[in-house]
Design a protein around this ligand. Structure first.
Ligand code: SIN
Length: 290
């Protein structure tokens, strides 16, 4: 049943382990009471979908700023940093203009990840706004990492308590090597940041798995084979289908997600179709902590 949380806010939880659609909101003009209700719904549902939006880049940036300071967009695979004059906008696209991709990640699959966990201070949230979408494919999936943690058998929970994980900074989720980084598949020595494997969410206070990416992940202090085995075990719980929800994009969709308690992935799509998405990232106020 839809619930009214503020005068104009309608929260429709998905029939899934996470996510809700928010109706009746024009993100170009959000008053404080509506914003407070959106924020509450985001903490409760982890991922929010707003359909039918018509946002300029400046309006996307302005709504994103309601949640906190923004990161500058990561460097794209081409070495370009961002949309000219808008350092906060990261373009996710397969479109080629004048022989050069206008954005990152191409048309292939993007594997499960949480944004920029390979840095010390990862963003707490991201927003993806659909400007052009393919007729099929390119769906984005989200997974509930609280549910992944809660599903672990007691012995496994105990085994991973207090462990850290190195989050690899070599490859992005499309498998492309990041600008200025030498390709390596050595998890023990690849560049990246170390965070607790189990964190406490700073706003909900709940325990949550913080995994980042599987490729090149490493649990410092363990022999590589043991680290791989343990991570494979944890990942097999964390990415169960029953903990996921997928958005089939429509133009004008904006999806907001919490990087501290979700991961996301993207299905491949026809490379001849056009997909253009603009993304912002909101800085975390606190480092991932146990
Ligand atoms: C991302 O990983 O931020 C992009 C996901 C997508 O293209 O749907």
């Amino acid at each position: 049943m839809p619930t009214r949380e503020a005068v104009r806010l309608e929260v429709r939880p998905n029939a899934a382990a996470l996510g809700a659609e928010i109706g009746g909101v024009d993100l170009r003009a959000v008053d404080d009471a509506t914003f407070a209700a959106i924020h509450r719904a985001w903490i409760d549902h982890l991922v929010l979908l707003f359909r039918g939006q018509t946002l300029s880049d400046d309006q996307l940036i302005a709504f994103s700023r309601r949640f906190g300071d923004l990161d500058w967009a990561p460097i794209q695979e081409t070495g370009r940093r961002f949309v000219e004059g808008k350092p906060e906008i990261y373009v996710v696209s397969n479109v080629i203009e004048d022989g050069e991709p206008i954005g990152s990640l191409g048309a292939g699959e993007a594997v499960w990840h949480t944004d920029m966990s390979y840095i010390q201070d990862p963003p707490k949230a991201s927003m993806l706004y659909a400007l052009e979408v393919p007729p099929s494919g390119g769906d984005t999936g989200f997974v509930n990492m609280y549910a992944g943690y809660e599903a672990l058998p007691a012995a496994l929970k105990q085994r991973i308590e207090g462990l850290m994980v190195k989050h690899d900074g070599t490859y992005n989720s499309g498998g492309y090597v990041r600008q200025g980084i030498a390709a390596t598949d050595d998890p023990m020595n690849s560049p990246g940041a170390v965070h607790p494997l189990v964190c406490t969410h700073p706003e909900s206070g709940r325990r949550v798995l913080y995994l980042g990416r599987r490729r090149n992940a490493y649990i410092p202090g363990l022999p590589l084979a043991e680290s791989e085995k343990l991570l494979d075990q944890v990942w097999s719980y964390a990415t169960r289908d029953e903990f996921t929800w997928y958005n089939q994009w429509r133009t004008g969709d904006l999806v907001l997600w919490d990087n501290r308690c979700t991961m996301h992935r993207r299905d491949a799509f026809d490379s001849d179709a056009r997909r253009i998405m603009h993304r912002t990232q909101i800085k975390g106020e606190a480092r991932p902590a146990a």
